[in-house]
Design a protein around this ligand. Structure first.
Ligand code: LRH
Ligand code: MN
Length: 424
């Protein structure tokens, strides 16, 4: 479904008066409002190709209808999101769920929708119908060299697909691990995985990055071979300068201090990027900022501090991606909310009075330091995020325009109620 520019214009015209009143107030309250708006305009968040349909659990899946059936329709849906919020200018593919049959045509279609290809993701956590050897007991860690070889070959094929599409990074998430004590020799599993990753690393083009994504548990429930930030960092350091860690917010044990992990990985120049989502219990893959918005703000507070300390470009030097699954919400509405939650957290972090915070920390003024952070968190920056969209040609209120235009109803009319998108 194509979104005509005049419909966005009409929507913005109706909301302009209210928006300008809110913007004037925000600008009067936030010293560096103009810089923040510029940074927000540049900030693009990649949409996962595997989160455009309804997700589910082992207990059930309740499809909402109108789901994209093929990669072309997934690109159209991300194109629609980007037309609405001008902040979703990239799509991250998962192979083999989204193998481009004609990479040239797919690349051209994405360009028509103003989209780039972010990291490509390999998949050695499922057995494909035509696969010779099973990954039941792991892939790159597997005690059987032939299984490791098969998994290495798959990752090299994923890199080839990425090169054809103009992607510049590979995300490797391994479900490898064990479910019971005694099942695995941890040292051999680590070494098998490292040797396997070294072969994949050797196949990376010179300007590519490899993101090693860690996860504390699921689908293995005793050990994961890349189970936390320390193990991911160990792999990234041993592999070389093109290897980095990837932080999926849902992949931590309860109450982990993710903002501290982010600060240290950034300091070590080994933070590659993010899979944004939120969770209350496990890897719930819920809407970013829906459960723990203060944690998301604190993570961006460390990102802004750490990136500025190294003179990094906020928009391009790290991989900004969403990784979510939608069991009860319309996938596109959920993704619009996630992008909004991330942009708000980033804007709040940019509004932190850094000079005063450094002064308060220097004299252990704990109360003042908290006041400075919570003042930024309690500052309503939504008008700045909306203004960034408006200047970039997007909608002032993407969600209300999405509903106003009855997008889901149109997609169901076009695609049917029973269509199922590949992915989780
Ligand atoms: C694993 C994960 C990984 C993806 C998958 C879809 O939980 O976060 O990033 O490959 O979800
Ligand atoms: Mn992830």
């Amino acid at each position: 479904m194509q979104l005509e520019k005049y419909k966005i214009q009409q929507h913005n015209d109706d909301l302009l008066k209210i928006h300008e009143r809110r913007l004037n107030f925000a600008v009067s309250e936030i010293e560096n409002a103009e810089q923040i708006i510029q940074k927000l305009i540049d900030f693009q968040i990649a949409i996962p190709s595997w989160a455009l349909g309804t997700g589910g659990t082992r207990f059930g899946r309740f499809s909402g209808g109108g789901e994209p059936r093929v990669l072309e329709e997934k690109i159209e849906d991300v194109g629609l999101l980007n037309a609405l919020n001008q902040a979703s200018g990239a799509i991250s593919l998962h192979i083999p769920w989204d193998i481009p049959k004609d990479a040239k045509a797919i690349k051209a279609l994405a360009a028509q929708h103003g989209l780039k290809f972010d990291a490509v993701n390999s998949n050695t956590f499922q057995d494909q119908p035509d696969q010779a050897l099973t990954y039941k007991f792991g892939s790159l860690q597997n005690v059987d060299k032939a299984v490791r070889k098969q998994a290495i070959q798959h990752n090299i094929e994923v890199i080839k697909h990425g090169i054809e599409l103009g992607s510049e990074s590979l995300t490797v998430w391994l479900s490898d691990g064990s479910c019971f004590p005694g099942q695995l020799n941890f040292r051999k599993a680590f070494q098998n995985t490292l040797e396997s990753l070294e072969e994949i690393y050797a196949a990376l083009p010179h300007d590519w990055k490899m993101f090693v994504e860690y996860k504390a548990f699921e689908p293995n429930f005793y050990s994961m071979t890349v189970g936390d930030w320390g193990q991911s960092l160990l792999f990234a350091q041993k592999l070389g300068p093109k290897a980095y860690t990837l932080v999926d917010l849902g992949h931590h044990l309860p109450n982990a201090n993710i903002e501290q992990i982010v600060a240290l990985l950034l300091m070590e120049e080994k933070l590659g990027g993010f899979h944004f989502n939120d969770s209350k219990y496990g890897d719930d893959d819920l809407t970013a900022g829906a459960m723990k918005p203060y944690q998301l703000f604190l993570i961006f507070n460390e990102l802004v501090e750490g990136m500025d300390a190294r003179g990094m470009n906020h928009a391009t030097d790290l991989g900004w991606m969403i990784d979510a699954s939608h069991n009860v919400k319309d996938p596109l509405e959920d993704l619009l909310q996630s992008v909004e939650g991330i942009m708000v957290a980033y804007a709040q972090a940019l509004a932190v009075d850094r000079k005063s915070l450094i002064e308060a920390q220097a004299v252990n003024d704990v109360v003042k330091a908290q006041e400075i952070l919570q003042n930024a968190f309690r500052t309503d920056v939504r008008a700045l995020v909306a203004e960034a969209r408006l200047r970039a040609g997007g909608a002032l209120n993407p969600l209300s325009l999405y509903r106003g235009l009855k997008v889901r109803e149109n997609l169901i009319a076009e695609r049917g109620l029973k269509t199922v998108a590949t992915g989780l």
